[in-house]
Design a binder for this molecule. Structure first.
Ligand SMILES: Nc1ncnc2c1ncn2[C@@H]1O[C@H](COP(=O)(O)OP(=O)(O)OP(=O)(O)O)[C@@H](O)[C@H]1O
Ligand SMILES: [Mg+2]
Length: 325
């Protein structure tokens, strides 16, 4: 499998009245062609900012201050705005948490989906209409013709997300970024949307995906590899199997304990302490104030992000030392 996306040392800051929010502090992330990668972490860890930085959708007071986002071998951060506009939608598209908000409230589904298709593909209105009907069917919407006439507020959250997914895949993008696409939906609908994404992968309608969630269990169901974020960095990245069987970072291990259904603990375990303040982050390893294995060096030095095992990456001073764990 070829590397489709290769994010290196990505840094994004927000210049606010409170000070500089260092939202991304050197993110490394790769996605191979045909792969689903999960991006997991607590609230505020930088998952959405990572997604928006890849898409170059960071607005002031935010700014991407360093790093590279190689996509198909080209650094997206070096493209002109015009070139980047062509990448968005056609090559990389995104789905969000709140599909109803993401859709335009005053336009029918027909207008929106046809506009999207025509913006990204060289087709006539009639052809776009046919593609739209086929896509709405593919995302499991009953009676696509009826749906086309509706306005977003006339759809349930689950239906709106399906419409949004149909639009996102309409240009056959090489990469789909899904930012917590099910978290605004109720549990049964969440499961249906996950099934749908799985099916669209199998059918080849989605080729590669970055799936953002705070739920490791959900990531496990969908993803080949999982990247765990903490304090604006990926602190562990490995195959889903390795993350569950051989987690190396203490934070990843705490997250695993926090999944009740794995049966590690009878009661839901919550990680003691708070997420770091990104204006005045802890020195050294940002996880050190919450880490049960903290040593002096952890307060002083930022651990490097290194490959410990074959394709198992981790940023922890003691990741390779068995007896400290
Ligand atoms: N427009 C903004 N202005 C200032 N700070 C921002 C802005 N957007 C994001 N941040 C900060 O960047 C950090 C990372 O935010 P991000 O939205 O990426 O978190 P997340 O991992 O997606 O969390 P969640 O699970 O809640 O969606 C947070 O500290 C957040 O407050
Ligand atoms: Mg988010």
């Amino acid at each position: 499998m070829e590397k489709l996306l290769d994010v290196r040392d990505l840094r994004t800051y927000f210049y606010t009245y409170r000070g500089v929010v260092k939202a991304l502090n050197g993110v490394y992330l790769t996605i191979k062609d045909g792969e689903v990668v999960g991006l997991v972490g607590e609230t505020g860890s930088g998952k959405s900012v990572t997604a928006r930085s890849i898409m170059r959708l960071i607005d002031p007071p935010g700014r991407i201050v360093g790093g590279n986002v190689f996509f198909e071998g080209r650094d997206l951060l070096k493209l002109s705005d015009r070139e980047m506009t062509k990448i968005r939608g056609r090559k990389i598209s995104m789905i969000f948490q709140e599909p109803i908000i993401a859709l335009n409230p005053v336009l029918t589904i027909r207008t929106q989906i046809i506009e999207t298709i025509m913006a990204n593909r060289d087709v006539s209105v009639n052809e776009a209409e046919e593609i739209a009907l086929e896509l709405l069917e593919a995302v499991g919407l009953p009676n696509p013709k009826m749906i086309m006439k509706r306005y977003p507020f006339e759809l349930s959250g689950g239906m709106a997300q399906r419409v949004f997914i149909a639009m996102a895949i309409s240009a056959n993008p090489r990469l789909l970024i899904a930012d917590e696409p099910t978290s605004s939906l109720d549990v049964t609908i969440q499961a249906q949307i996950l099934d749908l994404l799985n099916r669209l992968m199998e059918e080849g309608r989605i080729s590669s995906m970055l799936y953002i969630t705070h739920d490791l269990g959900v990531a496990a169901e969908l993803c080949h590899r999982i990247a765990v974020m903490y304090g604006g960095r990926v602190i562990e990245f490995a195959s889903t199997e390795e993350i569950f069987k051989e987690p190396l970072h203490p934070y990843t291990r705490s997250l695993l304990k926090a999944i009740p259904r794995l049966g590690y603990y009878d009661e839901l375990y919550t990680i003691p302490g708070r997420v770091p303040d990104l204006v005045n982050p802890p020195s050294g390893c940002m996880f050190h104030p919450r880490c049960p294995y903290m040593k002096d060096v952890c307060k002083k030095e930022i651990p490097e992000y290194v490959e410990i095992d074959n394709s198992h990456y981790v940023a922890c001073h003691f990741a390779g030392v068995k007896d400290v764990r």
